[in-house]
Write a new protein. Structure first.
Lengths: 248, 382
């Protein structure tokens, strides 16, 4: 199998096939510590599938995903979260029946077992952390509102907050600005730049202006594999990328 | 303890529990004769199951159509103890083999089966009533939830289990009393359970235990566990990525609801004096769900009222038109699901509570704009 690396996340020869269709085939992908990586690519390129594989939602057919040199492909979803991988889904996935506060409390990384959660105490430390996160995701005034009363953009922020409170070393965001207004988009870009300090972030995004605003390094995916990698300008001038994606 | 009570009060459940306690412990005993009180006591035995269903279905999203299994385990465990006590060698002297239950003798069984032996002990019986349903539910839950069996598939499997249980009981007549069940139960450690005084006491024990179960349920819902339960009901796929092993959280509440059902079964046996497979089959199991649905599946207190109301309706209607009862109760279930998904508790919230609130405000009992006003009945979660 693959050897240990200095990368935070090292994916090697990753393949997943759905009834013979290979959504990802022989993919190699590395992310450094403290790196903000944007993954772009046309529809069906396998971007979301890649995140699904890393966070355990989809099981790999072959290959390895190493996070801090620990193999993730055999771990169940919640254990991958415990290792320090957070995932935001494409459509905002928050707990609508709970308040904003409870959404963050449920996401707080203590009391993760059944009995741990029964005897979980909301201490001043927990409360402070929840309020701090709420502040950073612009939701302080809405802490007591049920999450289903939030706007689409606010739900997106809440879900990001639910990940932040777990303080993951790797944060994966699937189209975080989809469906957001211009002002929400600006705030999100600022939020992303803020939260990417001290951790690695993988962002899938379609919006090229937004990508330019946040990206240092871009990976272009096409047909289940990496087509090009580099900074935005290099990638944009790569003729293969222009051919499959940007040119159209 | 203070902490415990304040937790419940904060969760808006306490006023509802107090009213329920008043109804069950004061109003009913004062206004009913012993026959009616005993009838109410039987409905309260069913209410244990309904409260469990409100927890596991209403809050946890697991619709079990097989709670009769757990009701039956509790009921049969109690019946076995009582039957052994009723089958002492003197009163069974006329049998071929004296000292064993009469139905065994009729089935040419000549010695007590091994699994009946421990039921000579009352301590063992009580532990069995509490622990066996819990363990059985935990095993079923573990097998199904770790394989991510959910929704209608879970409902069908639980329904199949209750069918298996009744077929087994009916088929093994010599060991279980078969379709007749275990009958002719008389005394509990020498205490005649058929007298009016005993029925009165048993009613109170049922009511107190039931209120205890409601409080236990409200406490569970008030903890972080309760929030997680609601979260996993709505977004099971998401809660895994908040770092929870979903299967264990579901197993736990399913086991709790099974334990409550077992207590209900035992209290039923004590108050009625028999236990039979007709009380635990598919139809009773679905009726248990209807109790919770009518009362309001997000209301533990509502589940108790649901059991009482549907129970009385059944007695009144089914005695006059027994063949129509199943159609009526089926239509009620459909109507509740379609028009009042949160049951009576939901209707109270929508129509009665605003008026009561306004009235209390006019009388100055309630401060204007005070946000935690009257408790919501249709949801007891935070």
């Amino acid at each position: 199998m693959s050897t240990n690396t200095n990368f935070l996340l090292a994916i090697e020869d990753l393949t997943v096939s759905f009834d013979g269709f290979k959504a990802i085939e022989g993919l190699n992908f590395y992310v450094d510590s403290n790196e903000l990586r944007v993954v772009i690519g046309p529809n069906g390129a396998g971007k979301t599938t890649l995140l699904d594989l890393i966070c355990g939602k989809t099981k790999a057919t072959d290959g390895s995903i190493k996070f801090k040199n620990k193999e993730l492909t055999k771990l169940p979803e919640h254990r991958i979260v415990w290792e320090g991988v957070g995932r935001k889904f494409q459509t905002p996935s928050v707990y609508e029946a709970l308040t904003v506060y409870e959404n963050l409390e449920v996401s707080y990384p203590k009391g993760k077992s059944v009995f741990g959660s029964l005897f979980f105490k909301n201490t001043a430390e927990v409360d402070g952390k929840i309020r701090e996160i709420a502040e950073s995701i612009f939701l302080t005034d809405l802490l007591d509102r049920p999450a289903d009363e939030l706007s689409h953009g606010q739900k997106q922020w809440l879900e990001i907050g639910m990940l932040l409170i777990q303080d993951p070393e790797l944060l994966m965001l699937d189209e975080p600005v989809a469906g957001m207004s211009v002002s929400e988009r600006e705030k999100t870009a600022e939020l992303l730049n803020r939260i990417s300090k001290g951790r690695s972030v993988i962002v899938i995004e379609h919006d090229m202006d937004f990508v330019k605003e946040i990206a240092s390094k871009v990976t272009v995916m096409h047909q289940g594999n990496v087509l090009a990698e580099g900074d935005m300008e290099t990638v944009q001038s790569d003729p293969r990328v222009i051919e499959v994606y940007l040119g159209h | 303890m203070n902490n415990f009570l304040s937790l419940i009060a904060e969760k808006r459940g306490l006023p509802g529990v107090l009213i329920l306690a008043l109804v069950l412990l004061v109003l009913f005993p004062l206004t009913m004769d012993i026959n009616n009180l005993n009838l109410a006591g039987r409905f309260l035995a069913f209410a244990f199951v309904a409260v469990g269903i409100a927890l596991s279905w209403g809050y946890g999203g697991m619709l079990s159509l097989g709670q009769g299994v757990f009701f039956g385990i509790g009921g049969y465990a109690m019946a076995m103890f009582l039957k052994l006590e009723a089958s002492d060698p003197e009163s069974t002297a006329a049998q071929t083999t004296p000292g064993i239950p009469d139905f065994m003798d009729w089935n040419q069984i000549t010695s007590l089966p091994w699994f009946w032996e421990p039921f000579h002990s009352f301590t063992f019986t009580v532990l069995a009533i509490l622990i066996v349903p819990t363990i059985v539910a935990a095993l079923i839950g573990f097998a199904l939830f770790t394989r991510r069996v959910t929704g209608v598939f879970f409902a069908i499997i639980t329904q199949a289990l209750v069918t298996i249980a009744t077929i087994l009981i009916v088929g093994q007549q010599g060991f279980t009393g078969g379709a007749n069940g275990i009958t002719d139960l008389r005394t509990l450690m020498g205490w005649d359970i058929r007298t009016d005084d005993a029925l009165f006491t048993l009613y109170y024990i049922s009511a107190v235990l039931l209120i205890g179960c409601v409080i236990l349920g409200l406490w569970l819902l008030s903890t972080k566990y309760g929030s997680i339960l609601t979260a996993l009901r709505d977004r099971e796929d998401r809660i895994r990525f908040s770092g929870y092993n979903v299967a264990y959280f579901k197993v736990f509440i399913f086991a709790v609801s099974a334990m409550m059902s077992g207590i209900g079964g035992a209290m039923f046996t004590l108050q009625v004096g028999f236990m039979s497979p007709s009380l635990i089959g598919i139809i009773p199991s679905i009726e248990f769900v209807i109790f919770a649905a009518v009362g309001g599946r997000l209301s533990l207190v509502g589940a108790v009222y649901g059991a009482l109301i549907v129970g009385y309706a059944k007695v009144m209607f089914a005695e006059a038109y027994p063949e129509l009862w199943l159609f009526l109760i089926g239509s009620v279930f459909i109507a509740v699901v379609m028009f009042a998904p949160y049951g009576l508790a939901g209707l109270y919230d929508k129509y009665a509570r605003p008026h009561i609130q306004r009235f209390m405000r006019e009388k100055g009992w309630l401060k204007d704009g005070a946000s935690p006003t009257l408790p919501s009945a249709s949801t007891e979660a935070k």
